[in-house]
Design a protein around this ligand. Structure first.
Ligand code: SF4
Length: 244
């Protein structure tokens, strides 16, 4: 996770500390890449806290880290997935990350739009969809991915609507998992969703055209990220003429 442990937002579900972050470390991208090389990682997920205090939201750090990973681990040897904040919707910030060519660009919508004021008060559902649409438009060779938690008060039809919205902007991989309350100060779990419902959402997602859907109680946005990526590759290869 880049750019420190303190976030400028304060989402009701998230255990990351909110507040005023420390200045970023310019050598962080290179240190992350060195660690990945020493650990001989073949799949790296790079994420960050939200840094609304930085002019570009930290996009340059994502881009520099992707490039440092390519240099340290060898072009093509290590797959890189980024899980970015929304950068306040700034096109230049999104484009800077896309230009560094991650293999997967993940940005989570997290929940259904009705619950945003409650769950993600400083985020905007449409802005998150637009981010994914922009990645698809600028570089369709990058796999777009998103995810949401359930058990926060959403209705099943609202989850289905989110899936349709994500497909409408071209999003190709999806994760759905059970929300768990990190502490008593965080939003309560409204419902523990049975595994059959997760399985049904997976089928629904695949029917909508997602190339990979991980949907189960313990799924998180980076859960089996490499397997989700490879499953998506297998689906794409079985569909002659499909995108990607
Ligand atoms: S923006 Fe991300 S890191 Fe920050 S509080 Fe929300 S979910 Fe947590």
């Amino acid at each position: 996770m880049l750019l420190g442990a303190v976030c400028t937002r304060d989402c009701g579900f998230c255990a990351v500390q909110g507040g005023v972050p420390a200045p970023a470390s310019p050598d962080e991208p290179v240190r992350v890449a060195q660690a990945a090389r020493e650990l001989r990682l073949d799949y790296v997920v790079v994420t960050s806290v939200t840094r609304d205090d930085l002019p570009d939201g930290g996009a340059a750090y994502f881009a520099a880290t992707i490039r440092a990973l390519r240099t340290a681990c060898g072009e093509g040897n290590t797959k890189v997935e980024v899980l970015t904040p929304d950068f306040g919707g700034a096109a230049a910030a999104i484009d800077a990350v896309v230009a560094a060519r991650p293999d997967v660009y993940n940005h989570n919508v997290e929940t259904v739009p009705r619950l945003y004021p409650h769950v993600r008060p400083l985020a905007d559902y449409r802005r998150s969809l637009d981010l994914l649409a922009r990645v698809e438009a600028v570089d369709p060779s990058i796999v777009t991915k998103s995810g949401l938690m359930v058990g926060l008060g959403e209705e099943a039809e609202e989850v289905a609507a989110v899936m349709r919205d994500l497909r409408s902007v071209g999003c190709r991989a999806l994760t759905i998992g059970q929300y768990l309350q990190p502490s008593r100060a965080h939003l309560p779990v409204t419902r523990f969703v049975p595994p059959e419902e997760f399985a049904a959402w997976r089928e629904e997602g695949l029917a909508l055209g997602f190339q990979a859907v991980a949907s189960a109680p313990f799924v998180r946005s980076s859960y089996l990220a490499r397997e989700v990526f490879e499953r998506r590759e297998a689906v794409r290869d079985r569909r002659p003429g499909a995108d990607g």
